[in-house]
Design a protein around this ligand. Structure first.
Ligand code: NAP
Ligand code: MG
Length: 495
């Protein structure tokens, strides 16, 4: 086995700082105190997270408002904003290995995944840097003119204002960039609240953004508690837009709070995504594909393929194959290059996930493999597969956000579609088949914002990402993701 190389915390300079809040282009002491930050693979403390108070949030929103109203960023030539975002991408790339190590240390994800994620951060930033010069309105003058009336009519796309961006812990740097890149490309000033569990990479990116040329006050980063800093941001009357990634329960709460000044709201919430295997699938693709659909990032993925539906004839073979695949995955520290499944983020999440496993057991579902916490000091859970489930079980209905899969056989295609869509969520769906016609017909009938055929979880900044039903509001990535940070103004001019 390859040697496990866990970097001593002191080998990563930024990690080892005394962390503070990034407000108006400088580090400020938090007024909400500090909280321990853990390495979930060992349960040891690696840093102190500064906690923003409501007053700190107010300071950051004022700074963002000032820069927005003074057109410090939005008034900069688009190509200059593009150059700065591109430079930030370069700075992240230059530090990508250190960033990846912090992500592993703080989130627990396998190092290969962390490296991919950091590469994606630079890629996504460059994509949106390009889009700064692709913000176009339309001209309806011809449609409105004639009969002695000459009108010049056009739409202008303008940045929505001060955007509050609330991000989770399951992909700290990636979820930061997915929101910050389009918001800055659009010309907004932003206040970001990273999860207090994983604040480090966001704070480092804030400092690099200043180095790249983002003016003070345009990008503020304030880790803190959701109930304090998150709530203060959502309640703030000078915030024009909230983009939130997290649980559906908190998403619904945010919608109610945002009603105060009718903030624009984008929500990327939970899922209980179906993964469907047909008899005609290439099983060498389908089995590891369906396996990683749920076990990647230990199941802590909003679009995790947590419900497996296998055509009856292949059911035993696929469930057996998946059980073998699951038990072959190495569970351990993300720094071990052989690790495929890292720890969960926290003791609390591990308890939550193992209590779901217990409920499945109590409800009479059959555990095919796994079935509880995995040994070690970290917050590990075994990749777990349930068979003989029923549609009304908690483990089938609710998002578990851990490495837990529920398997169900199906015979009739209409029944399958009904089962697959029988969820309040609608984020992702996987289809494994070699029949092109089947693939298209099923993709058409699935109620999900993202459908993957013979693959799972592909994302690209040129494709919109988001959910149907209770998986969210709006889209991220792509032009839709940019438009989420733009207001549209119609200008009518009689000539
Ligand atoms: P969560 O409570 O929804 O947290 C997500 C983010 O929202 C965090 O930064 C959180 O801060 C913040 N938040 C909480 N309450 C808030 C409020 N009243 N106003 C504004 N922001 C608020 O999720 P969690 O507690 O970390 O995890 C619980 C479950 O949520 C998971 O098991 C999973 O089902 C789901 N989840 C989904 C995603 C996703 O990608 N869709 C990501 C993470 C979690 P705190 O950290 O202080 O809570
Ligand atoms: Mg929470």
């Amino acid at each position: 086995m390859a040697a496990v190389q866990i970097p001593a915390p002191h080998s990563i300079a930024f990690l080892n700082r005394r962390h503070r809040l990034w407000i108006d282009g400088e580090w400020r002491d938090p007024r909400g105190g500090f909280q321990d930050v853990y390495d979930p693979a060992s349960g040891t403390v690696i840093a102190q997270c500064p906690l923003a108070s409501a007053e700190d949030v107010d300071d950051a929103v004022r700074a963002a408002r000032r820069t927005f109203d003074a057109r410090v960023w939005r008034g900069m030539p688009a190509q200059e904003r593009a150059r700065i975002l591109w430079k930030l991408a370069d700075l992240i790339e230059a530090n990508a290995e250190e960033f990846a190590k912090i992500e592993v240390l703080n989130n627990g994800m396998p190092i290969a995944f962390a490296r991919w994620m950091m590469g994606s951060c630079s890629h996504w930033l460059r994509h949106f840097a390009g889009l700064t010069q692709q913000i176009f309105g339309r001209n309806a003058s011809a449609a409105m003119s004639g009969g002695g009336m000459q009108v010049h009519a056009y739409t202008a796309h303008e940045p929505v204002g001060v955007a509050g961006l609330i991000i989770p812990w399951n992909g700290p740097a990636g979820t930061f960039i997915i929101k910050v890149a389009p918001a800055l490309a659009a010309g907004c000033s932003v206040v970001v609240k990273p999860s207090e569990l994983t604040p480090i990479t966001a704070l480092w990116i804030a400092e690099l953004a200043a180095e790249a040329g983002v003016p003070p006050g345009v990008l503020n980063v304030l880790p803190g508690l959701g109930s304090v800093a998150g709530q203060a941001l959502v309640d703030h009357l000078d915030v024009d837009k909230i983009s939130f990634t997290g649980s559906t329960a908190v998403g619904k709460h945010i919608v109610k709070s945002a009603a105060s000044n009718l903030k624009r709201v984008t929500l990327e919430l939970g899922g209980k995504s179906p993964c469907i295997v047909f008899d005609d699938a290439d099983m060498d693709v389908a089995i590891p594909g369906a396996g990683m659909a749920i076990f990647a990032n230990s199941g802590q993925v909003c679009f995790a393929g947590s419900r497996l539906f296998v055509q009856k004839k292949s059911y035993d073979r696929v469930v057996e194959g998946l059980a073998k695949f699951a038990s072959s995955l190495k569970v351990g520290s993300g720094f071990d290059p052989e690790t495929m499944v890292g720890p969960l983020i926290s003791e609390k999440q591990r308890e939550r996930v193992t209590s779901y496993i217990e409920s499945g057991r109590r409800d009479g579902a059959e555990i095919v493999t796994g079935g509880g916490a995995a040994p070690g000091q970290g917050f590990f859970v075994q990749p777990t597969i349930f068979a003989n489930t029923r549609a009304d079980l908690k483990i089938v209905k609710e998002e578990i956000f851990g490495p837990v899969l529920v398997a169900t056989p199906w015979e009739d295609l209409d029944d399958l579609i009904r089962l697959a869509n029988d969820t309040r969520y609608g984020l992702g769906a996987g289809v494994f088949t070699t029949n092109l016609s089947t693939a298209h017909r099923v993709a058409d009938r699935l109620q999900a914002g993202n459908v993957w055929v013979n693959t799972y979880g592909l994302m690209h900044p040129s494709m919109p990402f988001g959910g149907y039903k209770e998986s969210g509001w709006g889209r991220e990535m792509s032009t839709e993701g940019l438009e989420a940070y733009l207001e549209k103004k119609s200008v009518f001019m009689a000539l």
